[in-house]
Design a protein around this ligand. Structure first.
Ligand code: SF4
Length: 241
């Protein structure tokens, strides 16, 4: 799948989400919040569900929790536009209550399709409902800041999951905020390890080769001098951080 095809697929999922009435949350939402970010990213952040501001704007993580997420990303020199950010449920539960199991189940195919489309190397879960989809049966107090392989049944072909607290919890509790900075600090290493472990999918490999062919020879010489060979150049071109 090319970058343009991934973007088209993500746009199609978003259009379905905005029109979705598969669960009761459709009746109380202002806008559905499909998610947003780079179609070329290797990293997907998954929160629990939209809050007040997200419901009004139709965008994920735009309130105070979003501000903190941007700060957490900034602490490792990542930017929100370079990752993809979405939620387990795409519509706001009334009064920010926890999503019900049947709501999570109804919404799950959208998240699965987003992840299948993006084929990330790293999934970062924000909060226990998100963690439960990728690390079933775990307690967030025990697994935050740790990584595991993701079950491909989630849609992630070959990914590592890093569990974190939800930024809203970090806003309420200074100790959790401090731990969240420690946890996000493990993300770059987790991404590097995941890249090293996983083989590029045939589609990504073909795309990388096309990209390399399009790069001017002089550029290749500079990159190759730094990276060692053309294979390294291909993966460097997909590097976002
Ligand atoms: S939460 Fe998900 S399943 Fe429920 S109406 Fe919104 S998009 Fe549809």
């Amino acid at each position: 799948m090319t970058s343009a095809e991934r973007q088209t697929a993500l746009d199609a999922i978003a259009a379905e989400v905005r029109a979705c009435t598969k669960c009761r949350l459709a009746a109380t939402r202002t806008q559905a919040v499909p998610g947003e970010g780079s179609a070329d990213t290797e990293v997907v952040f998954v929160g629990e569900g939209p809050g007040f501001h997200e419901d009004r704007q139709g965008r994920p993580f735009v309130g105070r929790a979003g501000d903190l997420l941007v700060k957490l990303l900034g602490s490792i020199e990542w930017r929100r536009e370079d990752v993809f950010i979405t939620n387990v449920v795409k519509c706001r539960p009334p009064d920010n209550r926890d999503p019900e199991p049947d709501e999570v189940a109804a919404c799950a195919p959208y998240l699965q399709r987003q992840i299948e489309t993006l084929d990330p190397a790293l999934v970062v879960t924000l909060g226990r409902h998100s963690m439960a989809r990728f690390v079933p049966g775990a307690r967030i107090s025990q697994v935050h800041g740790t990584t595991q392989r993701v079950d491909p049944a989630t849609g992630a072909r070959d990914a590592t999951v890093l569990a974190m607290y939800h930024p809203a919890a970090a806003l309420r509790t200074p100790a959790i905020e401090r731990e969240s900075y420690d946890d996000i600090g493990r993300a770059p290493r987790a991404l590097l390890d995941a890249r090293e472990r996983r083989a590029p999918s045939p589609a990504r490999r073909a795309e990388a080769v096309e990209t390399v062919e399009a790069v001017a020879v002089s550029d290749l010489e500079v990159i190759a001098a730094a990276a060692g060979d053309v294979t390294e150049t291909a993966s460097a071109d997909l590097t976002i951080f």
